[in-house]
Design a protein around this ligand. Structure first.
Ligand SMILES: [Zn+2]
Ligand SMILES: [Zn+2]
Length: 281
């Protein structure tokens, strides 16, 4: 794996065929020093933006591209730091570029995303014969395939050479005992070798099981610097085996990260993920 900062360059949405994980942000939901943790995957002629938070359009502009340049989305869950930029993508697509971006999404989550979040700002911009707009007027849904006999809900899909598998995770509410009783949230396995957890509470089964089932080269894991609430705490992640910790890049972290850098190094993590940076595999 090679790590390259974008520097002053303009981001290209195509490359020579290497898998490029480009973080447009690595911060927490409420960060004021970073952009929110959203990940752009680029390989060959294809790209997918995993999550499109409130700060995503601004972060993309910082990288030299426009939200309307993004043709494929995958959304892990409905918090605003993961979906807050979608309305801008939807409205610009319908009224400016006249193009519908693809969204890789299950039918179940499409209903949750539209009815509970996007419909208020998108649905009522037009009405014809008493009907207002629907999800499919803004996005082209692409259905993943369900993988049966997995230990938790598990789906897969491919876009060119980019192969995504995603599994349900345990994020909210903080009282839920399992992924089944949690509200919809997902982590992603990219090309069978990278685990991107998105937001999750500490869930050793998630990391240990998928690390056993896949030859994981790197794990990008949610992290907060305290214990409790709906994210994985640094000291909870410290209880994972050392051979797993050394693959883990922490992301979704708070604005006081400098304070914790010595502890992160002492625990043998790979480090803090950096935004506006290519992770090339
Ligand atoms: Zn988040
Ligand atoms: Zn969240």
């Amino acid at each position: 794996m090679e790590i390259q900062a974008l520097g002053g360059n303009k981001l290209s949405l195509t490359n020579d065929g290497r898998l490029d994980l480009f973080f447009i942000g690595v911060g927490s939901a409420f960060t004021k020093r970073n952009y929110q943790t959203n990940l752009l995957i680029i390989q060959g002629n294809d790209h997918i933006l995993i999550d499109c938070g409130t700060s995503a359009p601004m972060a993309l502009a910082k990288a030299g591209i426009h939200i309307t340049d993004i043709h494929n989305f995958f959304i892990t869950h409905s918090h605003a730091d993961h979906i807050g930029g979608l309305e801008e993508a939807a409205l610009l697509g319908r009224y400016f570029t006249k193009k519908k971006p693809v969204m890789i999404i299950t039918e179940t989550y499409q209903h949750l995303l539209w009815d509970m979040s996007l419909r208020g700002g998108c649905g009522y911009n037009e009405e014809a014969a008493g009907e207002v707009l629907a999800f499919v007027d803004f996005f082209e849904p692409r259905r993943p395939r369900y993988i049966t006999n997995a230990s938790r809900l598990f789906c897969e899909t491919a876009l060119g050479d980019i192969k995504l598998k995603f599994m349900r995770t345990k994020h909210i509410p903080d009282s839920s005992g399992s992924w089944e009783s949690s509200f919809w949230s997902c982590g992603v396995i990219i090309n069978g070798k990278i685990l991107f957890t998105s937001d999750t509470r500490f869930d050793p089964d998630l990391v240990i099981t998928f690390n056993e089932q896949f030859p994981l080269e790197a794990i990008f894991h949610d992290c907060q610097f305290f214990t409790g609430g709906v994210h994985a705490g640094l000291e909870e992640l410290a209880t994972l085996p050392p051979e797993i910790r050394k693959k883990i890049y922490l992301m979704h972290y708070g604005d006081n990260w400098e304070q914790f850098e010595p502890r992160i190094a002492e625990l043998g993590f790979a480090g803090l993920a950096q935004q506006m940076t290519h992770y090339l595999f």
